[in-house]
Design a protein around this ligand. Structure first.
Ligand code: PEP
Ligand code: MG
Length: 571
C-alpha cells in the first residue's frame, strides 16, 4: 500500500447514505494463491489420490458446516447469504470438478483453486448477478484452502473500537454477522450496487460505498470519513469536524425516522405527502410509511405480463385492493400508461421507430377506445364497492382537446378528472388544460425527458435528465401558478418529489401535493417541516435564476439550509 495524503478524497459509487468516521480496518490475509505454493506442479502417487479426495470433501464439509452454523445464529438477509455461501461450499459441480482433478493427481489445494477458476470464468462470462457471485466463490475457495493448509479462517477482524471496514470486496460470509456498533461503514474497491456488501450494509443501516478504485492506498489504522450519500472517503480529516458532521447526520436521520406527517411547512402550509404504488400489495406496504394517501397508482404495472385484456371484474378487484388500503384518503388512479418502456401485450402496439414519442399513454385510446372505457368502468365499480372517491387521471396528454375528451369520460362515471403534465406543450398551455379538468399532476420523469430531448433511460444523458434543470422548473412554475389562479390542485408525482430540497422548491412554486416512492416520504416531510413557505418560495426563486441543475441545487440548498430550524429527534 502507498500512502495517501491526509485530507485526500477518494470517490466511489454511493450505495447506502449517511456519514461515519473511524479508523480503517482491512480483512485478514487470504491464503497464498500462487499455483506452486498450492502444489500445482506436484503429482500425487495413485494410492494417495482417493484419501486426498476424502480430505478435500471433508474440508469443504467443515467450511459449509461452520457457515451453516453461523447462518442459524443470524437472521434476515445475513442468514440467507450465509446459507447461500454454505450451499456453494457443498456445490456438487464444484466438488466434482475438484475431485476429478485430484483423481488425476493434483493435490487438493491446487485442485480447489483450479476448479474455482473454471467456475469463476463461467460466472464472469454470464455477467450480471452471476458475475457478482464470483466473490462468494473465491471466498469459499479461500476458506477451504485455509482448512486444507491448517491456516486460521480468513475474514474480518473483530474491531475493538467503531471502525470502517475496507476491503477489495466482501463476501457474504465476511459481512454477515457484522455488528453495526463496531463496524460503522463498509467500503469496497470492487462490487456494485447489488453486491452482497450493499445488501448487508442496507440491512445493517450503515453507510456503504463501493467501486472505489484507489482504496488500497488507505492503510489500516488511518482515520477516514465516509459519506455514503456522495460516495466519498475523506482520508485523515480533522477529527473534531468529522465527528461533529457524523453527529449532525445521525440527529438528522433520527428526526427523519421520527417524522409521522402530515405534510406541512414549519409555518403550517399544507402539502400532501403521498405514495406511488403499482398494485394492492405495494399499496398495503405504503400504509407502513407516513403518507396521506396515493398520488399515483400506475395501473399498467399490474398488467405487464397479461396476454389478454383483463375483464372489468378482474380489474375492479385489483383497484378495490388499492382503494381499500387507504380508506377515506386520497387515491389518484392513473389510466394505463401503456407503450414505450411499458408495452402491454393486449394493446397490440405497432412497431415504432421512436416509441417514447409514439402511441403511448392515453393515445392508445384512439385505436382502442374500449380499453379505456373498460378501465374507467372498472375504477368506477371499485369506487362504488368501497365507498371511495378516487381521482382519475390520464397519462401523456398533449392538448386541451385530449384533456377535455378524457375528463368527459371520467365525469360521466361520477368521478373527479385530471391529467398528467408530462409533455411541455401541456405545461405551456397550462391555463387552458386546467380549465378542462379538476386537477393536474406533473410527471417530472417524462416532463424532463421531453423538455431536454434526453431519453430518461440513458445513463449517458443523466445530467440532462436531472429534474433540477431550470427549464423544467420554469415549466412547473407555469403550471403551479395556473393552478393557483384557477384554484385547482397541482401535484407532482415524478421522482423529483422524492428529493427533500427539490420538494421544498416545488412547494415554493405552488405545488399542492408530492407523491413518490413511499420510502422517501419521511425525508421529504421532515425537510418541509424545517422551513417556512417563504423560505420555500425564496429557494424556488433562487433555483429559477440559475442556468444549470448544479447551480439550481446549490442555490436552493443554501437558502433552505440558512432558513432551516432543524427538527429535534423527539418530534
Ligand atoms: C413521470 O413521467 O414522471 C411519471 C410519474 O410517470 P412514469 O414514471 O410512470 O412515466
Ligand atoms: Mg410518465
Amino acid at each position: 500500500m502507498t500512502e495517501t495524503l491526509a485530507g485526500g478524497i477518494l470517490e466511489g459509487t454511493p450505495v447506502v447514505g449517511g456519514l461515519a468516521y473511524g479508523p480503517a480496518i482491512w480483512p485478514g490475509e487470504r491464503p497464498d494463491h500462487d499455483p506452486d505454493a498450492l502444489g500445482a506442479n506436484t503429482e500425487l502417487p495413485e494410492d494417495q489420490r482417493e484419501p486426498e479426495v476424502a480430505r478435500f470433501v471433508a474440508a469443504a464439509g467443515t467450511v459449509a458446516g461452520r457457515l451453516r452454523d453461523r447462518s442459524s445464529h443470524s437472521s434476515g438477509a445475513a442468514a440467507e447469504v450465509l446459507a447461500a455461501t454454505a450451499g456453494l461450499a457443498e456445490d456438487r459441480g464444484w466438488i466434482g470438478a475438484a475431485s476429478g482433478l485430484i483423481r488425476k493427481g493434483s493435490p487438493a489445494p491446487a485442485a480447489a483453486a483450479a476448479a474455482t477458476e473454471q467456475f469463476a470464468t463461467m460466472f464472469t462470462k454470464l455477467g450480471g448477478l452471476m458475475a457478482e457471485r464470483v466473490t462468494d466463490l473465491n471466498d469459499v475457495r479461500d476458506r477451504v484452502l485455509a482448512e486444507l493448509l491448517g491456516l486460521p479462517e480468513p475474514g474480518v477482524p473483530e474491531p475493538i473500537e467503531p471502525s470502517v471496514l475496507l476491503a477489495d470486496d466482501l463476501a457474504p460470509a465476511d459481512t454477515a454477522g457484522l455488528d453495526p456498533a463496531t463496524t460503522v461503514a463498509l467500503v469496497t474497491r470492487l462490487g456494485g450496487p447489488t453486491s452482497h456488501t450493499a445488501i448487508i450494509a442496507r440491512q445493517l443501516g450503515i453507510p456503504c460505498v463501493v467501486a472505489v478504485s484507489d482504496l488500497t492506498t488507505v492503510p489500516a489504522g488511518t482515520p477516514v470519513l465516509i459519506d455514503g450519500t456522495l460516495g466519498t472517503i475523506t482520508i485523515g480529516p480533522d477529527e473534531a469536524t468529522a465527528r461533529a458532521q457524523v453527529d449532525a447526520s445521525r440527529r438528522r436521520a433520527e428526526a427523519v425516522a421520527a417524522w409521522h406527517g402530515p405534510g406541512r411547512t414549519a409555518d403550517g402550509h399544507e402539502v400532501s405527502v403521498l405514495a406511488n404504488v403499482a398494485d394492492g400489495a405495494s399499496a398495503r406496504t405504503a400504509t407502513g410509511y407516513p403518507v396521506e394517501g396515493i398520488g399515483l397508482f400506475r395501473t399498467e404495472l399490474a398488467f405487464l405480463d397479461r396476454p389478454d385484456e383483463p375483464t372489468v371484474d378482474e380489474q375492479a378487484g385489483i383497484y378495490r385492493e388499492v382503494l381499500e388500503a387507504f380508506p377515506g384518503q386520497k387515491v389518484v388512479v392513473r389510466t394505463l400508461d401503456a407503450g414505450s418502456d411499458k408495452p402491454l401485450k393486449f394493446v397490440n402496439h405497432k412497431d415504432e421507430a421512436n416509441p417514447a414519442l409514439g402511441v403511448r399513454g392515453d393515445r392508445i385510446a384512439v385505436e382502442n377506445p374500449e380499453i379505456r372505457a373498460h378501465q374507467l368502468d372498472a375504477i368506477a365499480r371499485a369506487a362504488a364497492e368501497t365507498g371511495s372517491t378516487p381521482w382519475v387521471m390520464a397519462p401523456m396528454i398533449a392538448s386541451a382537446r385530449e384533456a377535455a375528451a378524457f375528463a368527459q369520460e371520467v365525469r360521466a362515471r361520477g368521478m373527479t378528472a385530471g391529467v398528467m403534465v408530462e409533455i411541455p406543450a401541456v405545461a405551456i398551455l397550462a391555463p387552458l388544460i386546467l380549465a378542462e379538468v379538476d386537477f393536474v399532476s406533473i410527471g417530472t420523469n417524462d416532463l424532463t425527458q421531453y423538455t431536454m430531448a434526453a431519453d430518461r433511460m440513458s445513463a449517458d444523458l443523466a445530467s440532462l435528465t436531472d429534474p433540477w434543470q431550470p427549464a423544467v422548473l420554469k415549466l412547473i412554475a407555469e403550471v403551479a401558478s395556473a393552478g393557483q389562479t384557477l384554484g385547482k390542485p397541482v401535484g407532482v408525482c415524478g421522482e423529483a418529489a422524492a428529493d427533500p430540497n427539490l420538494a421544498c422548491v416545488l412547494t415554493g412554486l405552488g405545488v399542492t401535493s408530492l407523491s413518490s416512492a413511499p420510502v422517501a416520504a419521511a425525508g421529504v416531510g421532515a425537510r418541509l417541516a424545517e422551513v417556512t413557505l417563504d423560505a420555500c418560495r425564496e429557494a424556488a426563486t433562487a433555483a429559477l435564476a440559475t442556468a444549470d441543475p448544479a447551480g439550481a441545487r446549490q442555490a436552493a440548498t443554501s437558502v433552505l439550509d440558512a432558513a432551516a430550524t432543524p427538527l429535534s429527534p423527539a418530534v
